[in-house]
Structures are given as C-alpha cells and as structure tokens.
Design a binder for this molecule. Sequence first.
Ligand code: IPD
Length: 264
Amino acid sequence: MTEDPTELRILCESLARSAGGIASLGRRAIDDRNRFDAGTKSSTTDVVTEYDEAAERHVVDAIRRLRPGDGIVGEEGTNHIGDTGFAWYIDPIDGTTNFVYGQPAWSCSVAVARQGEMVAGAVYVPPLDEMFSAGTGQGATRDGRSITASGQDDLALALVGTGFGYQPEQRREQAAVVARLIGDVRDIRRLGSAAVDLCMVACGRLDVYYERGLNSWDAAAGELIAREAGAVSSVFDGGPARPVAMVAAARGVHAAFLRLLAAG
Ligand code: IPD
C-alpha cells in the first residue's frame, strides 16, 4: 500500500472524479424529472439524496478494496476506524442544496490524512469540470496547473466568501456577523459549498473564506488546497486551522480579517 503523497493525490483525484460522475448522472435525472426527491438530516433544510449516498458508497468501496486497513469518515454516515495511521475524509456532494436546485457550486471532495496530518486532497467541481488538488509540500493545482491565492493586501477590497449552518439559531448568528462585516470588505459571497469556497481562495477567485461549524469532510481537502496555494488558514482566533471555525485567506489580508472578525 502506497504512502507516497503523489500517488495518494492521484488516488484522491480519481475518487473525487468518479464520485462526480455518479452525482452528474443524478443531476441529469433530476433535470429530466424536473423535481428532486430528498431526505433530510440535521434539520428540515439539510438535504440528502440517493446520489450523495451512491457516490459515497462508491468511494468507500474503492478505498476498502485498495486500502483495506485505512480509516474512513464520510458525510453520509461512513465511519470506519482503521489501523494503518491513514484516514480518508469524503464529502460525496458538498453543496447538496445547490445540487438539487441545479445551482453550479457543488463538488466532490476526497482527502487523506496520515496520523492526523493531511497528506493529499482533491475537490472536483462537476458543473465547472474543474479538478483542484494538492499534496503536502507539493503546491496546489487546478486541472494540473499550479494555482496561487490572490495577492490582495487591502481588506476593504477583499471579496469574502462564507457559509451558513443548518440550524435556524446558528444561521441568525452567522447572518449577524455578515451584516457587521459587509461594510468593511469589497463584498460577500455565499456560494453554497465550503469545499468550492476553499478552492476559490486557492486560485484567487475569493480573497477570504470563513465559516463557523464545518465538519471534517467539508474542509479536509479544500483547506489543504488553499494552504498549499499560499493562503493562510486558521481558526477565528488565529490558532491552527480546524473545521469548527475556519478562515482561509490570502496572506496579505488574513491578519486584518481576523482582527475584523474579533472586533464584533
Ligand atoms: C454544506 C456546504 C455549505 C456550508 C455548510 C455545509 P453540505 O455542506 O458546504 O456551503 O455552508 O456549512 O454543511 O451539507 O452541502 O454537504
């Protein structure tokens, strides 16, 4: 079983692309029927479809076949404890609300960590047919070409992405933070997929992304990709990045953005 980051990165890309293939078939079926059937999870607005589940099953089966002892955590309920020191993080469709509505920001995210440190990750964005990936110490790419975070150094001119959780009270609090920040930055975007947001920071299509309350599978690949592209990632108070309070920003605005967040 390979431990080589380059091979693991290639495997992440291939798994993310195949999840994207399954999801794209589902997307076409939804369009043909002109309606979606979705179950709900943590709240009535947190949707899950048969395609999220099929794509996760496909990725999990592949990992179990290729790397039987690795741990696997997936958004749709997979939780295998491994014994190799490697653990996989899968979000088969990040941005399921966009997926069911036919909005373009949804993605398939696969990452692998060794002893808790991310080694490689890939985010495939089927509506754009773009593959983002990174390996630790290898930099980040989009469709094989090197990408870098923006050179923005003026927070007042920074385009900032964010997202909202699924609990009504949490959403109200998150919206209040947006209301406070929006006068101090260029503008705010709510794309609807944390993995896409992080890749947008990685390639300079956003200058900053922040969100409270992500899960490991939402952020695992995207945070590595943003970091390897030269963005700075952290929690809201500047400590090491964790999904619970994620900030990823161009180096020139990261510190100023943390100050703005803290000023509330
Ligand atoms: C959600 C998306 C969204 C973010 C939420 C996530 P899901 O993931 O990434 O942009 O704001 O916090 O839960 O549920 O669509 O996989």
